[in-house]
Design a protein around this ligand. Structure first.
Ligand code: MIG
Length: 798
């Protein structure tokens, strides 16, 4: 037994030793002096390093450190959306040991020697987060050999004390469970088809995480786009550290204590998700690839004939002429405009894929057909080049290709304007793929290390720009669509990303497998993305790679039908997976869920608008709503939509019953309206046609009659389902706007607040008030009381 233990220990230490050991780094020097300006406190250290605190809001402080030099004047980030903060009240106090900065909410204590930073609650002085060791850098190149790109710069790291009970959430798109404690993660955007749990990195980089301890939350956004590392207590039970292969120590500290408040601040800092068009919440269908145009029409015909709701069809890469972006294959799609019009009559929108790879096609190469995108980009010098001046020529779908340097403002504008080819044909949205950027020559990025980007005149290399490439491509696309169709909300979908992506694009989690294991990752991944500032998420329903079956497809829809992005998609050589492919039995169940999605549209849209406005996502882990209930901290096989709807999907084969955790309060079984007391686990039947769903008592949920596409029945009544709590009270909100234009940003929306209360034998419903200037036209509001047979309902308008 003893021998076995020892060998296990050896194995563990071997694992740890192979990771970056930040204890070998050189700590920043002790504080020598400091200086206060309007919203900054700048420390000078004995080794001539500098540390700067910027007080942005009572609950938001930025920390920058420059090793052995002054804080650089140049201060730019592609992620940041807001830099005009109104400086809050703050004070400085010094003692021989420390300098303390305090806002109304946070206290930042900077211990002088060694220099250690500590964050406390300004009112209770309770410790929230503290440095485990001073911030450090690799002065002697001790980690250079460990670095992916030894030329990237010098390793920087920040190390925090790991709390015994501390949980970690967020960090964007990781193929991992909800609580990231004891995890070690790398950020380096990578094309990873068929990834399974534990694969890391995958497509996106969102270097933002939440820590939660004793119910109190903080957030850290490490705004550094170099290859970065997050260790939440994997290499030591003493520390949680983060670091990067270059760039600055530059992080933002958010104090809650509520996670919702942190997400709101994070959205203020990195941008609020704009509302996509309402039809983006509609059901979507894709495969690699539908062509020619008659096949697209056939898919739509099937959907309509089978009475299955559908709003969007996606065209994958084969719509193009030899994978040349901004072209249509003349045989397959001779008249895209006519196709769009035809589909439009059936309520269907068309979305096309656009990859970053532009076919490398010089005019001199004797090509019969000229490719204007390559020619224009070359002439304007918008393509990426290596440090020796050569064009960078990766291989992607068109063969030898080039990538645009999206850090150039003129190149972004040009790329955005090229989308006229799509908008002129009535294409409704753009799906940006392969933007890690993927390169068949070498997927790790090694082939791209000497690619130089303009980067605001800094001429930086791939080490800094890889992780922001997709963000800037999405930005170019979004801004292009905004210019081309100013009266319509852009709809962009992306695979890769950096923090701030929510300003420009929605996302899907890439090339999943058609397996139960991959389905089980949906909930932790969607909820983690929601905790990372990306509310509009989804995955290929049924899974992308391999062969699904009826049961897997149904269970997959029972998660996906409530995800903001609900799209069934399939790899080129995979077995077809449209809802009807496995027979009527499964198709009928799928129809039931798609119809339910459309019934819930007013509820989903109201909740999506909340995500836009407050940064609090639609698709939530339970801990977001029940932050002080430790039963939720590790719960990642259930989710909630907004505050009111709790769903416990089945993500295993042959399972028809499961345990469901209901937080404190009363819950209505969505299907039977039977009431349950919460604060406990219950065992629930879940035959294939039923996903366990519960509604929080006290909720009012707006619905519409089923429809087969979003705009099908504009004048339909809205039915508000009322689920009174034990006191006979309920309340809810309905958000409406035109669903298409950006006018909502100027107050053209209508937010209706409703309450219901029991009075005698009946219920009184009150419209408490409305906000906004949008007029939804004539539409009736009905109220239906749930949980009791035929109690009369009275509507009172005030
Ligand atoms: O190398 O465009 O994730 O959705 O069908 C594969 C073809 C490229 C990857 C995307 C997938 C898409 C596929 N693409």
């Amino acid at each position: 037994m003893k021998i076995l233990l020892i060998s296990v220990c050896c194995f563990l230490s071997a694992v740890v030793a192979s990771a970056q050991d930040i204890t070998v780094l050189e700590p920043i020097g002790a504080v020598e002096s400091f200086q206060r300006t309007e919203n900054k406190l700048t420390f000078r250290c004995r080794d001539n390093s500098h540390v700067q605190l910027t007080i942005l809001a009572p609950d938001l402080v930025r920390v920058r450190a420059a090793f052995r030099k002054a804080i650089p004047a140049k201060d730019h980030s592609w992620a940041i959306a807001k830099d005009d903060w109104t400086t809050p009240r703050w004070t400085v106090n010094e003692s021989t040991e420390a300098v303390t900065v305090a806002t109304d909410e946070i206290e930042v204590i900077v211990r002088r020697s060694p220099l250690l930073i500590e964050f406390r609650d300004a009112r209770t002085h309770q410790l929230i987060n503290a440095d485990e060791r001073p911030m450090a850098h690799d002065a002697q190149g001790k980690l250079t050999a460990m670095m992916f790109d030894p030329k990237a710069g010098s390793f920087v790291a920040v190390s925090k004390k790991l709390g015994f009970d501390e949980r970690f959430y967020g960090l964007g798109e990781k193929a991992a469970r909800l609580d990231k404690r004891r995890g070690f993660f790398v950020n380096w955007n990578s094309d990873t088809p068929g990834y399974t749990e534990g694969k890391d990195p995958i497509y996106q980089t969102i270097p933002f995480y939440l820590g939660l301890q004793r119910g109190v939350a903080y957030g850290i956004f490490f705004d550094n786009s170099y290859r970065s590392y997050f260790d939440f207590g994997r290499s030591s039970n003493q520390r949680a550290w983060f670091g990067a292969e270059g760039g600055e120590v530059n992080y933002y500290f958010f104090y809650g204590p509520s996670i919702k408040k942190i997400l709101g601040r994070y959205a203020d800092l990195t941008g609020h998700m704009p509302l996509p068009p309402l039809w983006a919440l509609g059901n979507q269908q894709s495969r690699w690839s539908y062509y020619p145009d008659t096949m697209v029409e056939e898919v739509v015909r099937q959907y309509r004939e089978r009475d299955l709701p559908l709003d969007v069809i996606h065209l994958d890469i084969d719509y193009m002429r030899g994978y040349r972006v901004f072209t249509f294959d003349q045989q397959r799609f001779p008249n895209p405009k006519a196709l769009v019009d035809k589909l439009g009559q059936r309520g269907i929108k068309l979305v096309t894929i656009v990859d970053p790879g532009v076919k490398h096609e010089p005019r001199a190469s004797g090509n019969a057909e000229r490719y204007f995108v390559f020619e224009q980009g070359l002439e304007k010098n918008y393509f990426q080049r290596r440090s020796n001046g050569d064009l960078f020529v990766p291989r992607v779908w068109p063969g030898e290709s080039v990538f645009v340097d999206y850090t150039l403002p003129e190149a972004r504008r040009w790329w955005g304007d090229l989308h006229r080819i799509y908008t002129d044909n009535g294409i409704a949205g753009i799906w940006t793929d392969m933007n890690e950027p993927s390169d068949f020559v070498d997927q790790t990025g090694k082939n791209q290390l000497d690619v130089v980007s303009y980067d605001e005149g800094e001429k930086t290399t791939h080490a800094k720009n890889r992780n922001t490439f997709a963000l800037l491509m999405a930005r170019a696309t979004y801004e292009g669509l905004e210019r081309l169709r100013p009266d319509q909300r852009p709809y962009v979908i992306t695979r890769a990303a950096y923090a701030g992506i929510q300003r420009y694009a929605t996302m899907w989690i890439g090339d999943t497998n058609s397996t139960w294991e991959a389905l089980a990752l949906n909930v932790p991944m969607f909820t983690s993305l929601g905790l990372s500032g990306e509310p509009f998420v989804g995955s290929d329903v049924g899974g992308f790679i391999g062969r699904a079956n009826g049961e897997l497809l149904v269970r997959s829809y029972q998660v996906g039908f409530l995800a903001p992005f609900c799209r069934n998609h399939k790899v080129i050589d995979g077995y077809d997976q449209e809802p009807w492919r496995f027979g009527k039995y499964y198709e009928d169940i799928i129809r039931k869920y798609l119809k339910l999605r459309y019934e819930l549209l007013p509820f989903l849209y109201t909740t999506l608008e909340e995500a836009h406005r407050t940064g609090v996502p639609l698709f939530r882990p339970l801990l977001l709503n029940y932050q002080t209930d430790a039963n939720t901290y590790n719960l990642d096989d259930q989710f909630m939509i907004g505050e009111d709807l709790l769903v416990a999907p089945i993500v295993k084969p042959d399972v028809t019953r499961r345990l469901v955790y209901l937080p404190a309060g009363t819950w209505y079984d969505y299907w039977t309206n039977k009431k349950h007391m919460g604060g406990t686990m219950i065992s629930v039947e879940a035959p294939l046609e039923t996903v366990p769903m519960f509604v929080r008592a006290g909720a009012m949920i707006p619905t519409v009659p089923p429809r087969n596409y979003v705009g099908e029945k504009p004048g339909d009544p809205i039915t508000v389902n009322v689920y009174p709590d034990d006191k006979g009270l309920a309340s809810g909100t309905l958000y409406e706007d035109d669903g298409k234009s950006p006018a909502y940003k100027r107050g053209m929306f209508l937010r209706t607040r409703m309450t219901a209360r029991r009075e005698g034998n009946g219920f009184i419903v009150t419209i408490e008030g409305t906000e906004g200037e949008y007029s939804p036209g004539m539409r009736a509001l009905n109220f239906v009381l749930k949980g009791r047979g035929s109690t009369p309902v009275r509507l009172r308008k005030t």
